[in-house]
Design a binder for this molecule. Structure first.
Ligand code: BG6
Length: 449
């Protein structure tokens, strides 16, 4: 592994911070969404807002070279006005990371649109593009010199394709792809501004990318895989890297009456705001067949179907996590290669991990061998991808510390650090190092060997 490889770990604002209405923060759509019965809301989360120094200390002990987190838009610009107290929190967090020699990697927007904007139509309203540009401008001005890697939007493809699952948008395909188009324009606009202003860091998108396998060697199924990949993966990266829509994805959207309205000015912005690198999240691959009119359950990782084009099917070769997501380390190598050969830009993995029900023993230990196995298998494939010739900046598994899952509560844990709380009871929110903590500490110390 190259010397400056960024061994990191990730979180997002609403899943860790808590303090949902403190120090001037306004509500985001995550604060207002319907919470599935039996799971916690995000009001306290793991109380990172009040405990960030203790958490960063643990990240330091873990040996992280980088920490990827997101900034809460409704904390720094509730109602469109600047909230200095909100900005001060991120300034302190960034400064604390830098003091500990941990590179701050910032995602500007991770699923948490301010409610006042959602009430005005959210991303469907073109005004949101300008609001986003002002918000980013503020962040670039305040933190542009301190942050080496910026990500514009986390998993825009998941918001477009499974927004109802993660609580971001529950509209028709036509409306969602208009929202999606406005997000693409917003992303390009801020990327263009970032470059014009000469900030020292780099900027890129952060979609969830999954290579798509064909269920059989039937030509119809192969074509189905091509179409799913175009809609789920390449639409987002072709615009970010080349500034143009992917032709297969566009054809699919037109065929189902969901193609967005795109103006000439939009096209110019898309072409002028292309990214420096590609950040992406990887959990598993997808497997599809041609569409045979079966109902598909929607989930951000287990897939979906589009009548006439493709439908997700299960892959009998892949084991499942206890939450039903396939485990496919070799697919990680495949995905890394596929992205790199299409775009030839450096890649940063911003999420990869296993959600599981951990148990804290009376001795304060967590024996999460399944997490160690999962990460070890993926890191091995990452190293093989590097040997294949893929240029990789760093690896930031999900998650640095336990957090609240998008729709399955705290019970679905991902972290290297256990946080003592349940769905119903906040307990003492104490932090415990899991076995995977000590294991990852060694991986980092040995630079992956
Ligand atoms: C990604 C998101 O979809 O996967 C994270 O960027 C999320 O916010 C992670 O937590 C795991 O998904 P889930 O649904 O298990 O929380």
């Amino acid at each position: 592994m190259k010397e400056n490889f960024l061994w990191g770990a990730s979180t997002s604002a609403y899943q860790v911070e808590g303090a949902w209405n403190e120090d001037g923060k306004g509500p985001s759509v995550q604060d207002n969404k319907a919470i599935p019965e039996g799971t916690t809301d995000f009001k306290v989360a793991i109380d990172h807002y009040h405990r960030f120094k203790e958490d960063v200390q643990l990240f330091k002990e873990l040996g992280l070279k980088a920490y990827r987190f997101s900034i809460s838009w409704s904390r720094v610009m509730p109602n469109g006005q600047i909230n200095e107290e909100g900005l001060a929190f991120y300034e302190s967090l960034i400064d604390e990371l830098i003091r500990q020699n941990i590179e701050p990697i910032v995602t500007v927007f991770h699923f948490d649109l301010p409610v006042y904007m959602a009430e005005k139509g959210g991303w469907e309203n073109r005004e949101t593009i300008n609001e986003f540009a002002s918000y980013c401008q503020l962040l670039f001005e305040r933190f542009g010199k301190k942050v080496p890697y910026w990500q514009t939007i986390n998993e825009q493809n998941v918001m477009a394709l499974a927004g109802s699952v993660i609580g971001t948008s529950n509209k028709s395909m036509k409306e969602k792809f208009q929202e999606n188009h406005h997000m693409l324009v917003a992303q390009a606009l801020v990327t263009k501004h970032f470059h014009e202003q000469g900030h020292p860091g780099k900027i890129g998108p952060a979609p969830n990318i999954a290579s798509v396998y064909s269920a059989t060697d039937k030509p119809e199924d192969q074509l189905a895989a091509l179409y799913m990949s175009a809609l789920r993966n390449w639409l987002f990266l072709d615009v970010a890297v080349y500034g143009i829509y992917n032709h297969n994805a566009w054809h699919l959207l037109e065929s189902i009456g969901a193609a967005p309205v795109v103006t000439e000015e939009d096209r110019e912005i898309l072409a002028a705001g292309t990214c420096d690198y590609i950040a992406f999240n990887y959990y598993n691959t997808m497997t599809v067949s041609a569409y045979y009119e079966k109902e598909n359950k929607i989930d951000q990782q287990s897939g979906f179907g589009i009548p006439g084009f493709f439908q997700s099917v299960s892959n009998e070769h892949l084991p499942l996590t206890e939450f039903g997501w396939p485990i496919d380390p070799a697919g990680f190598r495949f995905t890394l290669n596929e992205i790199y050969s299409r775009y030839r830009l450096p890649l940063l993995i911003t999420e990869n991990g296993i959600g599981a029900k951990d148990t804290l023993t009376t001795a304060g230990e967590v024996h999460d061998n399944y997490r160690i196995d999962y990460l070890k298998d993926h890191i091995e494939q990452l190293e093989l991808a590097i040997k294949d010739g893929v240029d990789i900046i760093g690896y930031c598994p999900w998650s640095a510390i336990d957090l609240i899952s998008t729709h399955e509560g705290i019970e679905k844990r991902y972290g290297f650090i256990y946080v003592n709380r349940t769905e119903e009871d906040l307990l003492d929110l104490a932090r415990y190092r899991k076995d995977s903590f000590y294991w990852y500490q060694k991986v980092i110390a040995n630079n992956g060997l």
